[in-house]
Design a protein around this ligand. Sequence first.
Ligand SMILES: [Zn+2]
Length: 212
Amino acid sequence: MKALLLVDIQNGFCPGGNLAVADGNAVVPVANRLIENGGYGLIVASQDWHPEGHGSFASSHPGKQPFDMGTLNGKPQVMWPDHCVQNTPDADFHPNLNVTSIDYVQRKGEDPEVDSYSAFRDNDHHAVTGLDAYLKHQSATSLDIMGLATDYCVKFSALDALSMLPGVRIRLIADGCRGIDPDGVKAAFEEMRTAGVEIITSDQVLEGRGHG
Ligand SMILES: [Zn+2]
């Protein structure tokens, strides 16, 4: 079964959102094209879903400004602006995303004491979200990944997919991703490629339909 993972395509990460990624909304039409014509048997989406006052928010750390480095539970942590707070419009999927075709939504970042960039487990690797078990249960043989942001949630999701889903082909759809820091994006692509993630384009998926 071919599966597609849409990472955090939420208002908060698109222009106008609280943690906007430049051009983040440009991934929405890519996602919709793949949902409709990519030949996937399974569409899953992750959703950053923080309680108010989450420990990754600069506002929870007196004296810290957004994008400062700080610590959370003794570990280095980027101090983010408040974003994707549960049950707020910032946490909603982008309004143009074809959400009716999503089979399964994996929420993450609900524990106030640890951040969760990856759709699969928290940053400490202590708690898994359950997405790996779901994909194994659905007999996913390949997983294509796209979304926001390349240098954080997409990268960590792809790396975890490689290690937590042995035997599953992991591909990253480059034109379906946008990142926060240009140097970080370049490094993220290199890190994913080196680890064994295939970097492809949405056109390759659409052209390759029916060829395995
Ligand atoms: Zn977050």
